[in-house]
Design a protein. Structure first.
Length: 256
């Protein structure tokens, strides 16, 4: 490209025309050499994907360009509580959060398009609890979903507990982080009529979902990738549904 010469005096406020020349050149020197427009990659766009789709490589993303991707798996569901008699308690532990992966990918390593997969949150009902789905950006970075919580039926003896679902794991990235595990649930003696469900695990992009009161359903996981909390039933109560996990997310930062 042709470079235009310009000069300023110390202390001068450059005119609009001089600023325009600088923007065209990016940078130039007395010998006429310079840095061509686009030679230094800068952030041009951020894509947020909350559903599976295809990412298409921008026309300008060549040579020194790159992307940074962040991938979060879906959260696992909190577990349900079971129907109880007059001598029973039932609780569900919390679901684990989705894992996280972050990676810088050079333009030359990218295809003209890449498959974006966003993991669904684990579904929940009064009799089932499911793990979250995996998220990925092509074959470059991926993160598994969190595991579901577990349901427990305790008797008058009390002192029963069950651990929460494990968090998902990131893989293939420059930085991989496990999702937070779901909270433990436990029952006490039916004489006290006290039981405690587990909280939902926290992901890199969510807080944890607090546990709920007895005889109520669990709370849904928080965006993005958070685990659902468990349900609880005190004596002589019906089954309750755990909270569903939150879907994951894929974020693409485009530099060129």
């Amino acid at each position: 490209m042709a470079y235009q010469a310009w000069s300023v005096v110390f202390g001068e406020q450059p005119s609009a025309s001089k600023w325009n020349i600088l923007g065209t050149n990016d940078a130039s020197f007395n010998d006429g050499s310079g840095i061509a427009n686009g030679a230094i990659a800068r952030l041009r766009n951020i894509q947020y994907y909350t559903a599976s789709t295809t990412w298409n490589k921008p026309a300008g993303l060549v040579s020194n360009g790159f992307v940074i991707v962040e991938v979060v798996g879906g959260g696992g569901a909190g577990a349900y509580s079971q129907a109880t008699s007059g001598t029973q308690h039932s609780v569900g532990s919390g679901g684990g959060a989705g894992g996280y992966s972050r990676k810088k990918i050079a333009a030359g390593s990218l295809g003209s398009s890449e498959t974006v997969t966003v993991g669904a949150g684990g579904t929940a009902s009064s009799s089932t609890a499911n793990a979250g789905g995996s998220s990925s950006f092509g074959s470059h970075a991926s993160a598994t979903g969190g595991s579901a919580g577990t349901s427990l039926l305790g008797t008058n003896a009390g002192g029963y507990f069950v651990t929460g679902g494990a968090g998902g794991a990131g893989s293939s990235g420059d930085l991989n982080i496990d999702g937070g595990g779901g909270g433990m649930a436990q029952t006490f003696t039916t004489t006290n009529n006290v039981c405690a469900a587990g909280f939902g695990g926290a992901s890199m992009y969510s807080n944890s979902r607090k546990n709920t009161a007895a005889n109520s359903s669990g709370g849904a996981g928080l965006r993005y990738g958070g685990g659902g909390s468990g349900a609880a039933s005190s004596v002589s109560n019906g089954a309750q549904s755990g909270g569903a996990g939150a879907a994951g997310i894929v974020i693409v930062y485009e530099y060129y």
